[in-house]
Design a protein around this ligand. Structure first.
Ligand code: FRU
Length: 438
């Protein structure tokens, strides 16, 4: 069993169909078992857990084996009840011919399938096809997600003019014969990327949010290079537009994309993201095939004093193996998995011998991988984040990942890294650092 959701081999991307059924948590994900570069046709892999912190791989749940999904069983969601799990996902079909596959040549089907046990799914049924989408949409329409108790479905889309948007449909997820009818599309006041992937709409602490993963946006740290990022907009009921300036990233690290949420049986909103990026420049630019692939830790989403926070699901504490042990300006080995709790009084830095410095300097958190593709960052560079007053920082380290949460999850930062040694030295007497093995 692993702390993170991960398959034993192959490529993984987006989390799909997160749900609770039969006393267990189920996490599906985009999966190419035989091709670690992700070039193969996407299946849905499946992991299960009793407690959100011990995951085991349970095989492949959905294969792209019908004419309606033959080029990939793309992302989607799940609805679960006592009877079983119903999935909704995109069947990707690329017609043969000389097409650009953006404006023509692609079928974007919404399919559904049901399973009593979460692994063996019955016949796939077709719910929506290209002719159901508005004519201002390109052929990039995908990633169905249900909301409003299964009475609405949201899809991510790209317009013919390369504007990112979502499409909202009304229907009934509990009735497989329900007709899904188009209600409206929603975009931003100013153009914000050319495609919005993996939308999700939910309420946290009474506030309704629209989570999306826009492709082709500009961020300060990448200058003029358009990138893919994931975040949310406030999204009041019935909204017809969102404000691009109000977009807030879920996680500002090097490796985070396409998150999805679900409601745990006790009402908590849990978010899981892909620990990666589309067309990730890092390992590839370093000439390395991506190695192990994983999703992020499940994170609780809360609204506290108007601030949306994400922090590791509280079940993680149940896995702490010892008491917190205080470290003083010493060198130590960061085992995995383990957690560090940092209480800064002033500036400090953690120097990883493998070639990474994480430092707090005048209200700014800095991540600096040693230059070049050869270091443990494999091409990841440096990033500086304004955090203001950092009262507490939690860092969860696993074999090839670091997930950092500032002030109980006001800011999250996720990165993959590939250390050859795990010696870390603490500089800065001001910070109290506690360590715990998981
Ligand atoms: C996001 C995404 C989705 C799509 C899936 C295909 O990473 O591009 O929009 O459904 O990946 O694997």
């Amino acid at each position: 069993m692993t702390l993170h959701i991960e398959p034993p081999r192959g490529w993984l991307n987006d989390p799909n169909g997160l749900c609770f059924h039969g006393g267990r948590y189920h996490a599906y994900f985009q999966y190419c078992p035989d091709d670690a570069s992700g070039a193969g046709k996407k299946c849905w892999g499946h992991c299960v857990s009793d407690d959100l912190t011990r995951w085991s791989f349970d095989g492949i749940a959905i294969y792209p084996d019908t004419p309606f999904d033959r080029d990939g069983a793309y992302s989607g969601c799940a609805v679960s009840d006592e009877e079983g799990i119903r999935l909704f996902y995109t069947g990707n079909v690329k017609r043969e011919g000389n097409f650009d596959y953006v404006l023509e040549g692609r079928d974007a089907n919404v399919l559904t399938a049901f399973s009593a046990d979460g692994l063996k799914f019955g016949e796939k049924q077709l719910l929506l096809t290209n002719s159901d989408y508005p004519d201002y949409c390109s052929r990039h329409v995908r990633d169905p997600m249900l909301f409003d108790g299964g009475k609405r479905m949201v899809l991510g889309a790209r317009s013919v003019d390369a504007i990112g948007m979502i499409l909202i449909y009304g229907g009934d997820a509990s009735d497989v014969n329900s007709r899904w009818s188009f209600e409206r599309s929603v975009s931003s006041d100013e153009r914000f990327g050319y495609m919005w992937e993996c939308p999700d709409i939910f309420t946290v602490g009474g506030k309704r949010l629209l989570s999306v993963s826009p492709q082709g946006i500009l961020r300060p740290e990448t200058g003029e290079t358009p990138v893919s990022r994931s975040g949310y907009f406030p999204f009041p009921e019935g909204a017809r537009s969102v404000c691009s300036e109000a977009f807030h990233e879920w996680d500002v690290g090097f490796d985070f994309y396409a998150p999805q949420t679900f409601e745990a049986p006790d009402g908590r909103r849990i978010l899981v993201g892909w620990m990666g990026l589309p067309d990730s420049p890092y390992e590839r630019s370093a000439g390395l095939a991506p190695t192990k692939q994983l999703l992020t830790l499940p994170r609780e989403v809360t609204l506290e004093e108007g601030i949306v926070k994400t922090r590791p699901a509280r079940e993680l504490e149940g896995r702490f193996r010892d008491e917190k042990r205080r470290l003083d300006g010493e060198s130590f080995t960061l085992d995995y998995p383990s957690a560090l709790f940092i209480e800064p009084d002033g500036d400090f830095a953690l120097d990883f011998d493998a070639g990474l410095r994480i430092g707090l300097c005048g209200g700014r958190l800095c991540f600096e991988f040693d230059g070049g593709g050869g270091g443990c960052g494999k091409g990841r560079g440096s990033r500086v984040i304004e955090v203001g007053e950092a009262r507490e920082i939690e860092l969860i380290a696993d074999e090839i990942s670091l997930e950092l949460f500032v002030n109980g999850g006001e800011t999250a930062f996720t990165t993959r890294y590939f250390p050859e040694n795990r010696r870390v030295t603490l500089h800065g007497a001001g910070a109290r650092v506690f360590r715990i093995s998981i």
